[in-house]
Design a protein around this ligand. Structure first.
Ligand code: TYM
Length: 396
């Protein structure tokens, strides 16, 4: 049944092709338009995650995470190579991150939950970077004090995911710059302005802090090699918007004596409005891990769905689950594959009304968030255990 579900969908609105089907933009700072994920693979020059790769993960770990099976993680660079290395007894590090510009929403949590699964299954060490510098430099609206506050809040979110403290190190750019800077200047020296312009779209009006920033996000790709004292494979799980950083990094890795970092890319969790990814800039269509239960109820009850205008029409014509963000939220977060496939059939045949799906989403999101908040509270006491410099960590 799941095979009948299109894999390149934007998850919202109509799934029909339009005259503007190429009209989308994905950069680390802007995601716009109706994304065709197959086209994005071509544009970015990445690889599709094949069934053979999924089978290999299953062979090695005995299990496949639903986000991999459902092709939410859909694209990669060298993921197969990392699996081969692992099979040949060469363990890999994981590296992922967050730009602390606000409270996290459910979209941010998906790559982190998947990273935790990889850490558990492969026993990997994880470097988690917080790019507080990037979020100060990009845009005009945030002060350093605000970014510092969100850095603290996001550290609690990261710890609440449940990563293994013995295998996880959080690196905050402005606090731990001495570990990154020697690598960053090596990377910067090998990267021309013309490459940076082509990869990131910088222009004459971009501030020079942003132009100089990419080597700082690239540096953790090579930190594991420094820690281990030998070239060490690294796998980066993230949504595909971060890929430009890795394109730049992969270009210079071998010249610096390191492996190219491998990636596994996810799609974007849609917002619960008519279009667009879940984004902090559209708070009314984003479910935040810090939202109160009443707020979740309000947002979910106002969500866009693939339902017909009236109950009578829904019963007669059935709904469009594929273009319904509520369906996709339930599928990626809460339903089992079987439950989700059944939901699809009941929706299409007019036997399921939007109110039931919204009720399920509100109930599941609220219990997830209540639990998450409890874990965030506990995280307050163990921050030092996770910090990059935990041996000498001082809070500020
Ligand atoms: P940031 O804070 O924009 O995003 C954090 C992570 O969430 C992913 N993401 C989403 N995933 C699914 N659906 C969405 N709607 C959605 N919105 C964001 C992002 O791809 C990312 O994985 N510069 C980075 C911070 C960073 C980083 C890294 C990220 C530093 N090093 C290494 C990934 C890997 C940033 O601002 O992410």
């Amino acid at each position: 049944m799941a095979d009948a579900i299109p894999t390149n969908t934007t998850h919202q609105g109509s799934n029909e092709k339009t005259n503007h089907e190429d009209d989308f933009k994905v950069t680390p700072w802007e995601v716009e338009g109706e994304i065709d994920y197959n086209k994005l693979i071509e544009q970015f020059g990445t690889q599709t995650i094949t069934q053979a790769i999924i089978d290999k993960v299953k062979r090695i770990t005995g299990d496949v995470h639903p986000l991999l099976k459902l092709q939410y993680f859909f694209s990669h660079r060298d993921f197969d190579w990392i699996l081969n290395k692992y099979e040949n007894d060469e363990k890999f590090y994981l590296y992922t991150g967050r730009g602390p510009s606000g409270m996290v929403h459910m979209g941010h949590l998906l790559p982190w939950l998947f990273t935790k699964y990889l850490q558990d299954k492969f026993g990997s060490n994880l470097i988690f970077q917080l790019t507080d510098d990037e979020k100060f430099l990009y845009g005009q609206d945030k002060t350093r004090e605000e970014i510092k506050l969100y850095t603290y809040e996001n550290i609690l979110d990261i710890i609440a995911i449940g990563f293994d403290p013995k295998k996880t190190r959080i690196i905050v750019d402005t606090k731990h710059i001495k570990y990154l800077y020697p690598l960053a200047i090596e990377i910067a020296k090998k990267t021309t302005f013309s490459t940076a312009k082509a990869v990131f779209g910088f222009s004459n009006s971009t501030n020079i802090g942003m132009i100089g920033f990419p080597p700082i996000q690239a540096a953790p790709c090579f930190l594991p090699s420094i820690i281990e004292g030998k070239p060490t494979p690294v796998l980066i799980p993230a949504a595909i918007d971060q890929d430009p950083y890795w394109r730049m990094t992969r270009d210079i890795s071998e010249r610096m004596g390191y492996y190219k970092p491998a990636q596994i890319h996810s799609k974007f969790l849609p917002g619960i409005g008519i279009s667009g990814k879940m984004s902090s800039s559209k708070p009314e269509t984003a479910l935040f891990a810090s939202d109160e239960p009443e707020t979740i109820d309000k947002k979910v009850s106002a969500a866009f769905t693939g339902g017909q205008a009236t109950v009578r029409l829904q019963r007669m014509l059935g709904g469009n689950a594929i273009g319904c963000p509520v369906f996709w939220h339930l599928r990626y977060f809460f339903d089992t594959e079987k439950q989700s496939d059944e939901r699809l059939i009941r929706c299409k045949s007019g036997n399921l009304l939007c109110g039931e799906c919204k009720g399920d989403l509100a109930k599941e999101s609220k219990s997830f968030i209540i639990e998450f908040k409890k874990r965030r509270e506990k995280a307050k006491d163990i921050i030092a255990d996770f910090m990059y410099d935990r041996e000498n960590y001082e809070s500020d």
